[in-house]
Design a protein around this ligand. Sequence first.
Ligand code: GLA
Length: 405
Amino acid sequence: MSIHWPDLMDRILAFSPGDTSELRAYFAPGRVNLIGEHTDYNGGYVLPAALTMGTWLVVRPRPDRRFRFATTFSDRVVEVSADDVQFRPEQDFANYPLGVIDVLHRRGVDAPGMDLFFFGNLPVGAGLSSSASVEVVTAFAINDLTGAHLDLEALAVIAQQAENEFVGVNCGVMDQFSIAMGRKDMALSLNCLTLAYQLVPVHADGYRLVIANSNVPRKLAGSKYNERRAECEAALAIVKRRFPEIQALAEIDPSAWPEIEPWLRAEGGRGMDADVIVRRARHVVMESHRAREAARLLENGQIEAFGELMNASHRSLRDDYEVTGEALDALVEAAWEAEGCIGSRMTGAGFGGCTVSLVREDAVESFTRHVETAYRKATGRTPSFYVTDIGDGVHALPALDALAR
Ligand code: GLA
């Protein structure tokens, strides 16, 4: 979907009347994670990329310390005083930008009042990080308008903090970080323990990334996500009793696993199922290693070996981490059968949402046809497809006068 600014301007000006030269526009993408799932909160590697789909934000500063929020998704305008920023369920979508305003405020960046108009083309709740996109674009805009001079890394961490502390979702840093730091045609190899990162050129000539949306809402995502986090914390606590120097599960090298596994199995029986603990930890250790290795393969253009790692990642998420579910498994199995597909896996938190596949360019059409038919047969549902490009991270747009012409 491309944005038609002249049509939007009428809506924006109806919400926020005044001089168009006072309006500022920003964009933050969504993200797709290529590999490295459920590793970020375990101090591991991830390999996400920014999409060209995302969230646009148009802002007009206000002198009266009031924040007003509107979107194209609803007719509602949410209005809040700058001196009374709190989470309230009835504030709905506005809780995401309000969380950012709150965290910035606590860090000494006092955002003056403003009108904020959001619109976008990311499917909401589909695992492509629409909420992180809203948070990061808000943090970037306020940073720009207040001259706070926070760098992109700091803005990513602030956006994550808003999600953790204000919205109450205990996510890791991957989504906000990739949305802030992404670059066109690059994936981001990020060590989530140290936040050291490298932009890796995606050398996949002749192949396209195809995202398939299961159109199953991620219902259990919140509770199961927190359950997985708790299981990983339990595993780490056991590992630390023997190896106190280990700070995070993903720090364990796969070569040390044969020594760790029996220890976890013997000790894990207290309170939680030992086999479950072992499988969760094994996924994290192997997946972080795969994500690190995958960055190297991508850079070298070893695209088929990269695809193999994507497949291994999905199997591990299905069997050891148990976050795939019937719909995502059906999409991935259909992709594995399709001609021209060299790798496919679920992406994001799981329990519904999307898969990502690497598909030979000339086979994309037959691929989507095959996956659609097989998925329909297996689940009775219809998937949506996005043949995606990798875009830039959050940025300011030219003056609206120019865009609207
Ligand atoms: C969600 C979270 C991320 C990450 C993924 C799983 O997208 O927001 O922080 O944990 O799940 O890899």
